[in-house]
Write a protein that binds this ligand. Structure first.
Ligand code: GYE
Length: 347
């Protein structure tokens, strides 16, 4: 019996010993695996890095300038989206000068960037440089503003707003607002940058709607170049020449409307009461003016299409065929909605 017990103990010890050795073996194998694992982990990461690097693009972006709140938000959205996607950005601010944009694009071409993002300050005069980009086989993505060129093979796609529709929305809002008002209505218009797509199209859309309402007339129309300063200056001139007969201001963007509001107040009139104020963009400043009761309506033009743009660029490099025009969706906001919405506005 004692022998059996001893034998059992011996067997147990042997089993434990074997287990220990196996365990050690396992442990050292595990150690080995950890080492291998670390190594192979690094290799995997390197592969990921390499593929990230090879997928990572150098993107040249020729931006119009920094003329408005809209533009600042647009630049930020595109810069963030490109950085978040791990691409490299070459940024150039043209300060609203066409010549600067042509130089920037030429420089992107000579650097051999992978793609060019381009928001043309004006619609015409870019054929030569776009042809140069095409010859260099660098895909061009037009954003925000279009060009007036028939050969649409010069760019991959255009991503932006329907400015004619924005002008129509402004016109329709005004027609509704004045539905019960009798007599002639004098409208002054602050146009955007001369020759730019949003100035041309916002004018066209607005005129198309008011054309059916002969009591509505644009009595004065001039450019304020999309800036607050020039918007104010031009509104001062409008007021000087015909101050008591202005019923409506239609500004092609909010910044000019905000500048003009100041001019109206300095002239001794009440913006939004004595003169109806219409803007475009729906930037924070317009919401502040509406909450303060100084602006009647703003038509939305959404600048935050950076993520959508990056998706399109990546889709192009993945071999996808893109439509030639892609619209950004937008809305319209009135004075009575402004207080509820102001905090949710992100630009
Ligand atoms: O409305 C204006 C900016 O091209 C849509 O340019 C853009 C316009 C925008 O300066 O504020």
């Amino acid at each position: 019996m004692a022998k059996v017990v001893r034998t059992k103990w011996v067997l147990l010890l042997v089993v434990l010993g074997v287990c220990f050795l196996v365990a050690c073996g396992d442990a050292s194998e595990v150690d080995q695996e950890v080492e291998d694992g670390v190594d192979s982990g690094v290799e995997v990461d390197e592969e990921a890095n390499q593929s990230e690097q090879s997928d990572s693009l150098v993107i040249g972006f020729s931006q119009v300038g920094a003329e408005s709140e809209w533009r600042t938000a647009n630049t930020q959205s595109i810069q963030d989206a490109i950085a978040d996607a791990g691409h490299e950005l070459q940024f150039s601010d043209a300060q609203q000068q066409q010549q600067n944009q042509i130089m920037a694009i030429r420089s992107f071409i000579s650097q051999g960037v992978d793609a060019i993002v381009f928001s043309p300050v004006v619609e015409t005069g870019f054929e030569t440089v776009l042809q140069e980009a095409k010859d260099a086989e660098i895909p061009v993505f037009l954003v925000d503003r279009a060009v007036d060129i028939d050969d649409d093979s010069m760019w991959v796609t255009f991503l932006g707003s329907d400015f004619v529709e924005e002008g129509r929305k402004a016109g329709r809002w005004l027609v509704d607002e004045l539905a019960d008002v009798e007599g002639d209505i004098n409208i002054v218009e602050l146009q955007g940058t001369v020759g730019s797509a949003p100035a041309i199209d916002r004018k066209e859309g607005f005129e198309e709607i008011i054309a059916d309402h002969p009591q509505l007339t644009i009595t004065q129309s001039q450019t304020g170049n999309f800036t607050r300063t020039e918007g104010k200056e031009v509104m001062e001139a409008f007021l000087r020449s015909d101050g008591d007969n202005i019923d409506v201001l239609y500004a092609h963007n909010d910044d000019m409307a905000i500048g003009a509001i100041q001019a109206i107040e300095e002239y001794g009139l009440k913006p939004a009461e004595d003169i109806i104020v219409i803007g475009v963009d729906a930037v924070k400043g317009a919401f502040e003016a509406m909450v303060a009761g100084k602006m009647n309506v703003t038509i939305e033009c959404n600048p935050q299409f950076g993520p959508q743009l990056v998706e399109l660029i990546e889709a192009h490099f993945a071999g996808e065929e893109l439509p030639k025009r892609i619209a950004v969706e937008e809305d319209m906001f009135t004075m009575d909605q402004a207080a509820d919405l102001i905090d949710s506005r992100t630009y």
